[in-house]
Design a binder for this molecule. Sequence first.
Ligand code: FAD
Ligand code: 2HG
Ligand code: ZN
Length: 449
Amino acid sequence: MFDSADLRRLLENVVGSDNVTDTDSSDDADWTGRFVGEPTLLVRPGSTVEVAEVVAVARRSGVSLVPRGGNTGLVGGSISRGRSILVSTSRLRNTGTIDPLTRQVTVGAGVTLHDIQEQAQSFGLRYPVDFGARGTATIGGTVATNAGGVNVVRYGMTRRQIVGIEAVLGSGETVSHLGGLVKDNTGYDLAGLLCGSEGTLGIVTAVRVQLVPLMPHVVTALVSCDDVATAVDVVASVCSRLDTVDAAELVTADGLALVREQIGLEIAMPNRRIHLLIECSSASEQVDVLSDILDEHQGIDVAVAVTPSQRERLWRIREEQTPSINRLGVPFKFDVTVPLPSLAPFVERIPLAVEKVRPGARTFVFGHAADGNMHVNVVGGDGDEVALTEQVLGEVVACGGSISAEHGIGTAKQPWLHMVRSTSEIDAMRSIKAALDPDGIMNPGVLLP
Ligand code: FAD
Ligand code: 2HG
Ligand code: ZN
């Protein structure tokens, strides 16, 4: 706890005493329980002006700031460290009205993914960034991490949805560019830069996003087979023939068994090693087109779901992977991308590679097959944690992959950034940080070594 009553008083003067609270380490952890915060103050500004004043207080007081959205991040970036205070965006929840001409809307950083998705849907539109933490993850957090999710194959990551941003930089300056012009070549793309900056440059307070049409016909195919190479071929052939593929998600038999065991999900599934969910959405019916493409493949079982309840049951298998793994114990998470030609050997090999350095561990692999983005989760076992990380990330880098696909670097992977970014690149990033956050108060310890 800070001994400085002055700091609390200064913050209370900005946001009101109801909006400054003490955290305590017993309940201030990340979603997995791996990263536990140091006791500190949590401050909840209610406007961009208040955020700027909080930043000013921090600069004067020599404390650092840890931005916090929904605290669903998986790399320890929203957890307090050292002499820092948490800045929650929970009160930045203003939502504009959707502009029907541009199909854009400006939302406060604290608005959840679920809320923006609901708002879009009521206009026959869609905000296509989507994943299991939608009820809690915020637009600010998803921008800060450049979140991906299940629809990246069709719509891209968060950065592609952003047409404007407002933020308070570590320097104390507020930048606001929310006009939403799609064509706007007037210098550095600050929205693109802040997207993926993990709270190290400033605090995002509002975002203007582009929405896409909500397609009325949705079909989800369950494709089951015995090896990852077949699954990769199926995804490649569907994606090269259809431009309506929203998602292509891979789950293993072990992951399926875990979900069944953990939540008692009763669902008839073929007894195969690998399962794929391929979802397409379009303006007109396309069950037959998808089925015809899948029929061309040998050695697969196919089941097609069209009703919302059938589809929802299939999606539970995928979305319950993360919560089910957490129920087994605190996992080591590796969110990696490998080039598609290496995807099958990587998925087949990685549990064996883990076993070498962490005997007795259970390894679950699942993820976004079309993007080459796999989530390797390791629970239990014995062995050195650093050796485990170096083993998994070493396999990834050896095949030309990335040590973070969509969750970011955070504190969890910061010591290993050099494996995928050159000294020149890291120096360039440091220069950007020094310019926008000259006192280094924004989320120190995250991303940059
Ligand atoms: P937080 O966890 O609060 O913060 C994350 C990072 O962003 C921290 O570094 C924090 O300091 C910074 N930050 C937060 N808000 C701001 C702001 N306003 N300005 C500046 N910096 C800020 N991620 C994916 O990409 N794809 C997935 O499919 C996916 N699925 C998930 C499923 C589950 C069940 C869970 C628990 C998580 C999943 N995640 C996924 C990870 C997580 O939800 C995302 O990283 C999300 O973007 C974090 O949003 P948040 O609001 O919870 O941010
Ligand atoms: C997902 O795709 C998320 O479900 C979480 O990115 C991945 O739990 C994980 O490792
Ligand atoms: Zn993911």
